[in-house]
Write a protein that binds this ligand. Structure first.
Ligand code: GDP
Length: 444
C-alpha cells in the first residue's frame, strides 16, 4: 500500500542525510518535496499542510544532536510527526464493559464489513478466548446473512439463527438477548451496507445504536477508495458517532492517503487493518510501525534516539557538576527553558519532576507561565556572552538595550533576573545534597 510514497520519501531523505550541514533552504526544499509526495499519495490537503508546518517548526527549533547529521535529525522529526498523524498509540478494540459487549459494525456495501466482522470474531475467539456471537442485520440482502453464517461455520464462531421478516432493530435485540442467555462475552452486529451514504441507512444504524448501546462502533472503510473512504468516515462519525476505524484492503495497491488522513480528519483511531481476504488477515494498527514502513528509515530513527539519550545524560551530568559548584548562569537558564518547551511547557516539566512544588510556586510568583517561555528565551538571546555568564553586570543601560533587542520591557528583564537568582539559589542548595534535584534534572 505505501510503496510508492515510501520510495518517494526515501529518495528525498537520502539526498538530505548524505549532506553534512543543512541550510534552512535545504529543509524547505525537502519539505516541498514531502508535501508533493503526500499529496500524490492522496493525503487530504489540510492534513498535508498541518504536517509540513509542524515538521518545519520542529526542525527550526530542534537542536542538532552531536554525532548525527542534520539530515538524520530531520528524518527523525518527520518520523515522529508521521506517528502523531497516525494517532501515536495503538488503540485495540475495547472490551471493558459488561458482557455481552456489543460491537456495531458500520460502513458501505463492499467495504469488507462482513468479512471483517468474522475476522474480528475469529481473533477474539482464538487470541482472547472470548465466546462470540455474530448477527447480520442486513434485512435486504438475504445473501449477506447467509455469507456471515458460512463465515461463522468456517471459523467456528456462532451466528444468530436467521428468522425471515424481522427488522434490523428486532434482529439486534434478539441478538443481545441470545448473547445474554447464551453466556457470550461479545456480540458483533453487522449492519446493512449501502452503495453510498444515504439517510435511510443512517436512520437504521442510529436506531440500532439507540436500542443496543454498543461499546464499540467500528467503521469499516476500504483503503483503496482513498478520499472517499475518509469522507465516508466523516459522514458516519457525524451522524452515528464511531469509536474507531477498520481499514480494509491495506494489502492492495493503493496510494495510502486514506490511511494517512483518516485519523487527522476524523479524530477517531484506526484500530485494525484488513490485509487480505483470508479470515486471519487482520492486523492491529500500530502508528509507529506504519510510520517505519512508510519512511523505511528505522535505523536512522533509532540512531538519533540513542544519540539524543546520550546527550541528555551528558547534559545532566554537566549540569549536576555546575550545580554543586553553585554555578548556574543565564545560558543554563535558557537551556532549561528550551528543554521545558520541548517537554510541553511548564506543566509537562513539573509533572516529570518529583518534589518540585516549591519551585513551581516560585516560578508562578515570578509571573512565569508557558506563554512567557519564548519571551524569556528571547531576552537571554539578546544579551552578550558576558551578560549571560555574569548577570550582575546588567546595569540600567544594558537592561534597556536588552529590552529593546528582545521587544520587551526592563521590568521583564528584572523578572527574568529574579527568576534566575531564585533558581540559582535553589540549585546551589539542592546541589549540595546528594541526589537531590540532580536526579530529577537528569530528565530535563
Ligand atoms: P461488505 O459488503 O462490506 O460486507 O463486504 P464483504 O465483507 O462481502 O467484502 C467484499 C470483498 O472484499 C470480499 O471479496 C472480501 O473477501 C474482500 N475483502 C474484505 N476485506 C479485505 C482485505 O482486507 N483485503 C482484501 N484483499 N480483500 C478484502
Amino acid at each position: 500500500m505505501f510503496e510508492t510514497l515510501s520510495d518517494r520519501l526515501s529518495g528525498i531523505f537520502d539526498k538530505l542525510t548524505r549532506r553534512g550541514a543543512l541550510s534552512e533552504a535545504d529543509v524547505g526544499e525537502a519539505m516541498r518535496e514531502v508535501r508533493r509526495a503526500l499529496l500524490e499519495a492522496d493525503v487530504a490537503l489540510d492534513v498535508v499542510k498541518s504536517f509540513t508546518d509542524k515538521v518545519r517548526a520542529r526542525a527550526v527549533g530542534a537542536e542538532v544532536v552531536k554525532s548525527v547529521t542534520p539530515g538524520q535529525m530531520v528524518v527523525k522529526i518527520v518520523h515522529d510527526q508521521l506517528v502523531e498523524m497516525l494517532g501515536s498509540e495503538a488503540k485495540p478494540i475495547d472490551l471493558h464493559a459488561v458482557a455481552p459487549v456489543p460491537i456495531l459494525m458500520v460502513g458501505l456495501q463492499g467495504s469488507g464489513k462482513t468479512t471483517t466482522t468474522s475476522k474480528i470474531a475469529r481473533r477474539l475467539k482464538e487470541r482472547d478466548r472470548k465466546k462470540v456471537l455474530m448477527a447480520s442485520l442486513d434485512t435486504r440482502r438475504p445473501a449477506a446473512m447467509e455469507q456471515l453464517k458460512i463465515l461463522g461455520e468456517q471459523n467456528g464462531v456462532d451466528t444468530l439463527p436467521i428468522v425471515a421478516g424481522q427488522s434490523a432493530v428486532q434482529i439486534a435485540n434478539r441478538a443481545i438477548n441470545a448473547a445474554k442467555l447464551g453466556g457470550y462475552d461479545v456480540v458483533i452486529l453487522d449492519t446493512a451496507g449501502r452503495v453510498t451514504v444515504d439517510e435511510g441507512l443512517m436512520d437504521e444504524v442510529v436506531e440500532v445504536k439507540r436500542q443496543t448501546n454498543p461499546h464499540e462502533i467500528l467503521l469499516v472503510a476500504d483503503a483503496l477508495t482513498g478520499q472517499d473512504a475518509v469522507n465516508t468516515a466523516r459522514a458516519f462519525d457525524g451522524r452515528v458517532g464511531i469509536t474507531g476505524i477498520v481499514l480494509t484492503r491495506v494489502d492492495g495497491d493503493g496510494r495510502g492517503g486514506a490511511a494517512l488522513s483518516m485519523r487527522a480528519v476524523t479524530g477517531k483511531p484506526i484500530k485494525l487493518m484488513g490485509v487480505g481476504e483470508k479470515s486471519d488477515a487482520l492486523e492491529d494498527f500500530h502508528p509507529s510501525r506504519i510510520a517505519d514502513r512508510i519512511l523505511g528509515m528505522g535505523d536512522i530513527v533509532a540512531l538519533v534516539e540513542k544519540a539524543a539519550a546520550n546527550i541528555d545524560a551528558e547534559k545532566a551530568a554537566k549540569m549536576a557538576k555546575k550545580m554543586q559548584k553553585g554555578e548556574f548562569d543565564l545560558d543554563d537558564l535558557a537551556d532549561q527553558l528550551r528543554q521545558m518547551q520541548k517537554l510541553g511547557g511548564m506543566n509537562g516539566i513539573m509533572g516529570l519532576m518529583p518534589g518540585m512544588g516549591k519551585m513551581k510556586s516560585q516560578i508562578a510568583a515570578a509571573g512565569f507561565d508557558d506563554r512567557l517561555i519564548k519571551r524569556q528565551i528571547a531576552i537571554v538571546q539578546s544579551m552578550t556572552k558576558v551578560e549571560r555568564a555574569k548577570p550582575a553586570v546588567l546595569d540600567a543601560k544594558r537592561k534597556r538595550r536588552v529590552a529593546a533587542g528582545s521587544g520587551t520591557d526592563v521590568s521583564d528583564i528584572n523578572k527574568l533576573l529574579k527568576l534566575h537568582r531564585q533558581m540559582a539559589d535553589m540549585m546551589k542548595k539542592m546541589g549540595k545534597q546528594k541526589g537531590g534535584l540532580m536526579g530529577a534534572l537528569g530528565g530535563m
